[in-house]
Design a protein around this ligand. Structure first.
Ligand SMILES: *Cc1c(COP(=O)(O)O)cnc(C)c1O
Length: 459
């Protein structure tokens, strides 16, 4: 498979470039040059596969000669051996819908599923290349922990994680900052997540700097993450018994990465009816998908911090599709968004979006009420992000097999859970020790030069 950038569809890349670069040199996002669809027969031949075997089938179509089938197979088995569930994820019935638990990995959020794999991809790549790289990543709370767990202690790679100071939960922070590995560096930026993301973007854009430190990225725009995430859409589809009714997924959304993975699964032929983009009050994607108004507003701090985002980076991949693969048009839209903070989607394109995507928005109070209702009625504790996904089905009112992606373990957000149902959401026993460990992070101003200096001094 060959890849192109959303901002230049003439030049092609191999999976290796796409994986290591993360973002294109032209600022665009990598996508396959063309995508072949599985036939119905092929899809049904996957029905009884274990999670790892399904992952091997799907991921192997995307990586070309990056590694042999055998190496991929070993790496997938190794990556998923650290999960607390044999088949990585777990589907439970909660009332009239199903909840797909994606948080059984080492850092208790769905991001582990892609990140563990990426960590082992890096290790494989660096063993063969004999070079040292530096991963720099911005996090709204969960990516950082997942990336650190995946990279810690690995040879020839350092990881620098920028999180917004005081805007992640204390459990999220401790999962990042209590490790003792020499190749992990935590930076708390005095700013919000978008500030952190912008700092990382400008470091990438500064070619002198990024080449000098051999910078690599694992943000949710990294294509390798997307393909790893598309696997659980397939896997949960096969767990649904009554396939005559349409299958819908509700996805708690921030950067549009996870829900894009669902869209990719649909493009590969998985019969998904609708994908619901479920947002908190930072609702830029809800405004875009329901009214055609993609307009950047101020980020509000919420009890679902991993979704406190106004610039949904992966949305560019959808914009490229909406423009029928026209890179010039995509560049124009993206520069409008950058300059005017705004993109008005016309009716025709909006109709196109709505054949695949619906959206919803939830206030803080509604989130707490949803957590309470689900707990009282079904004895299930949802974290605030997953509650947004759960409640979305009441807002869009759609029938069928409705699957909610549960993206984080409730214990990552103990204050919200306490507030909603007066319960202490406990960490799994193997992680309780982090609560009393010493933390290690440096607070830095939202200033690109200071951040660069800090990183250079440590490599
Ligand atoms: C990252 C995250 C999200 C948002 O996922 P995107 O791919 O950025 O849309 C939702 N919930 C949780 C718990 C997360 O960590």
């Amino acid at each position: 498979m060959k890849y192109i950038s959303t901002r230049n569809n003439k030049k092609t890349f191999e999976f290796k470039d796409v994986f290591i670069k993360g973002l294109g040199d032209d600022g665009g996002l990598f996508i396959p040059e063309s995508l072949s669809k599985y036939s119905e027969t092929e899809i049904s031949s996957f029905t009884n596969l274990e999670y790892n075997d399904l992952a091997k089938k799907i991921i192997s179509t995307f990586i070309g000669d990056f590694m042999s089938e055998n190496d991929l197979s070993n790496i997938i088995d190794k990556s998923y051996s650290v999960f607390r569930k044999k088949n990585v994820v777990n589907l439970i019935k909660v009332g009239d819908r199903s909840v797909l638990e994606l948080f059984h990995g080492p850092t208790l959020a769905f991001k582990d599923i892609a990140m563990q794999l990426l960590g082992n991809f890096y290790e494989y790549y660096l063993n063969n290349e004999n070079q040292k790289i530096n991963i720099v990543v911005a996090t709204s709370g969960d990516t950082g922990a997942a990336a650190i767990d995946a990279i810690k202690g690995k040879k020839n790679v350092n990881i620098f994680v920028l999180h917004p100071h005081n805007r992640v939960s204390s459990v999220q922070r401790k999962l990042m900052t209590t490790g003792k590995d020499q190749n992990v560096f935590n930076i708390a930026i005095n700013g919000n997540f978008d500030d952190c993301q912008n700092l990382v973007k400008s470091m990438f854009a500064d070619k002198n700097f990024s080449n000098e430190i051999k910078m690599s990225g694992v943000n949710s725009i990294n294509w390798a993450r997307i393909i790893a995430q598309s696997v659980y859409y397939f896997y949960s589809y096969f767990l649904i018994e009554d396939k005559d009714r349409p299958i819908n997924f509700s996805v708690p959304t921030g950067n549009f990465g996870d829900v894009y993975a669902g869209y990719l699964a649909k493009k590969m032929g998985l019969p998904i009816n609708k994908l619901i983009v479920a947002t908190n009050q930072n609702d830029i994607l809800h405004r875009a998908i329901s009214k055609g108004s993609y307009e950047v507003e101020k980020v509000a701090e919420t009890i679902s911090p991993s979704m406190d985002i106004q610039i949904a980076s992966n949305f560019e991949r959808l914009i490229y599709d909406l423009n029928n693969g026209d890179d010039t048009e995509t560049i124009k839209v993206m520069s409008d968004i950058k300059e005017k903070g705004k993109y008005i989607i016309d009716h025709e394109k909006l109709d196109k979006i709505n054949t695949n995507f619906l959206s919803s928005k939830m206030s803080e109070d509604e989130i707490l009420k949803t957590i309470e209702l689900v707990y009282k009625k079904f004895d299930v504790v949802l974290d605030p992000h997953s509650a947004i996904g759960y409640g979305a089905f009441d807002k869009v009112n759609i029938t069928g097999n409705n699957i909610v992606l549960a993206t984080a373990h409730p214990c990552k957000f103990p204050d919200a859970i306490k507030n909603a149902i007066d319960l202490n959401a406990e960490l799994p026993k193997e992680l309780i020790y982090i609560l009393n460990e010493k933390e290690n992070y440096k607070i830095i101003e939202n200033n690109i030069d200071e951040v660069k200096k800090h990183i250079k001094e440590r490599i």
